[in-house]
Design a protein around this ligand. Structure first.
Ligand code: SF4
Length: 433
């Protein structure tokens, strides 16, 4: 990401090979997108949860993820201006700020995170996994770009399981509607062998990602599974799942984490290695992106490490054993879409978070609620109480926003976090029942 290196925006002190590798991958991807007009490469706008990256890449189509562009605009300090543009156009304060940030970016020349322009979408692929806003977002983009839309309807996991009927419903849509659409767009025939090869790469990278995320079970944890975690999920959650580059990135990342475990090192923070792990926390909800590093420091300064998070599961839940399966290429894509965290009902989310608190020997669950994410803020207080009850560990609750800096109140959040950590401390020493 091309960002000025201020105290707020600078990336973690670590400049490991994997991090440099990821930077190169991103730069190359956005370069290809910027030159798509000359090279004739086609692109598909699609969302992170339920993305069908391997299928798109099997047709040589380039994915563009609007949520990623929005969060990167926030990290570059652009989101305030973009949101203001969208609000002037009539989008209300309550609309998801990712949407407004994306629209403002589009109205300002559609310049992407590396400073190069993004192409117009050749197709909007809406894989519907749990958030109604996805649908409204692409309705707006369709009006703006007048481009085709393909919709994959993914049934919600209301009962916490995927039935054969649900799977066949998604498989039928992929085979009979999506594949012919992608074939027409790309001018290529469907190549199942190519798709299988990409899926094989995905499974390999997913193994390494799970190793990295689960390394947080060590004491001290060698990683931060939330603030550091967003860097680790990058390639698999976005445009690179299935590529050789992603396989190499995760192999390198895994070996760096293995090395940290061996040397007994704590995680890297914006100010270097964390040496005094005092609190182990599970976090529900996405991070704030406008003050990402300031937010991270509020944890690091207290010796708090996030050992597991639901956010690192929104683009796929892999630590429950799911892997893309090259032997059943279409079925596995269907299962992947239905299994994303965003597509899980509240009881499944509670069970997952309670399990994290236990498995990672955490001190409690902290909910970071997002003001403008109506889809996922509902139910979070219930989740908190339920996880507290099941684990006996205290819960905490803070609120801000994804990319709207007006809703990040640093003093308030810091205050609440400090109280939460104090409460954990008191509980440990028997000060609270
Ligand atoms: S899940 Fe929340 S943040 Fe994501 S698009 Fe939906 S409303 Fe916006």
């Amino acid at each position: 990401m091309a960002m000025p290196e201020t105290r707020e925006t600078k990336a973690p002190a670590l400049k490991d090979d994997s991090q440099l590798q990821q930077k190169k991958m991103i730069a190359e991807h956005y370069r290809r997108l910027a030159h798509a007009g000359e090279t004739g490469e086609k692109n598909v706008y699609t969302f992170v949860p339920g993305n069908l990256t391997e299928l798109l890449r099997s047709f040589d189509l380039l994915p563009v993820l609007p949520e990623i562009n929005a969060l990167q605009s926030a990290m570059r300090g652009k989101s305030r201006e973009y949101i203001a543009i969208a609000e002037k156009l009539g989008h209300s304060e309550d609309v998801c700020t990712y949407v407004k940030c994306d629209l403002g970016m589009m109205k300002s020349g559609n310049v992407g995170p590396t400073g190069e322009p993004l192409p117009k979408p050749d197709l909007l692929l809406l894989s519907y996994t749990g958030c109604f806003t996805f649908m409204k977002w692409f309705e707006i983009l369709k009006q703006e770009y007048d481009c085709p839309v393909a919709m994959l309807h993914v049934p919600y996991q209301a009962d916490g399981k995927i039935t054969d009927q649900m799977r066949s419903y998604v498989v039928k849509q992929i085979r009979e509607e999506l594949i012919p659409t992608l074939s027409r767009l790309s001018g290529r025939a469907y190549d199942e062998d190519r798709l299988k090869e990409l899926l094989r790469n995905s499974a390999q990278a997913e193994d390494d990602l799970v190793f990295v995320l689960e390394s947080a079970k060590h004491r001290p944890s060698p990683i931060d599974a939330y603030f550091g975690g967003v860097y680790y999920i990058g390639p698999i959650f976005t445009a690179f799942r299935g590529t050789k580059d992603a396989v190499e990135y995760y192999r390198a990342l895994r070996s760096e984490v293995e090395d940290r475990i061996q040397r007994g090192l704590g995680p890297v923070t914006p100010d270097g290695e964390l040496k005094n792990e005092r609190f182990r926390i599970v976090v529900e909800g996405p991070p704030n992106w406008t003050s990402f590093h300031a937010f991270w420091r509020m944890f690091a300064d207290e010796g708090a490490v996030v050992v597991a998070s639901s956010y690192t599961k929104v683009g796929g839940v892999y630590d429950d054993g799911f892997r893309h399966d090259p032997d059943h290429p279409i079925e596995t894509l269907a299962d992947y879409c239905m299994g994303c965290y965003t597509n899980l009902a509240l009881p499944a989310r509670v069970a997952m978070l309670a399990k994290y608190v236990k498995d990672y020997q955490a001190d409690g669950l902290l909910v970071h609620s997002i003001k403008s994410c109506n889809s996922f803020s509902a139910g979070q207080l219930m989740i908190l109480r339920e996880v507290e009850e099941r684990t006996g560990k205290p819960g905490g609750f803070i609120e801000s926003d994804l990319v709207d800096p007006r809703y990040f109140s640093a003093a308030n959040i810091k205050n609440r976090l400090e109280s939460y950590f104090q409460m954990i401390e008191q509980k440990r020493t028997g000060g609270l029942s």
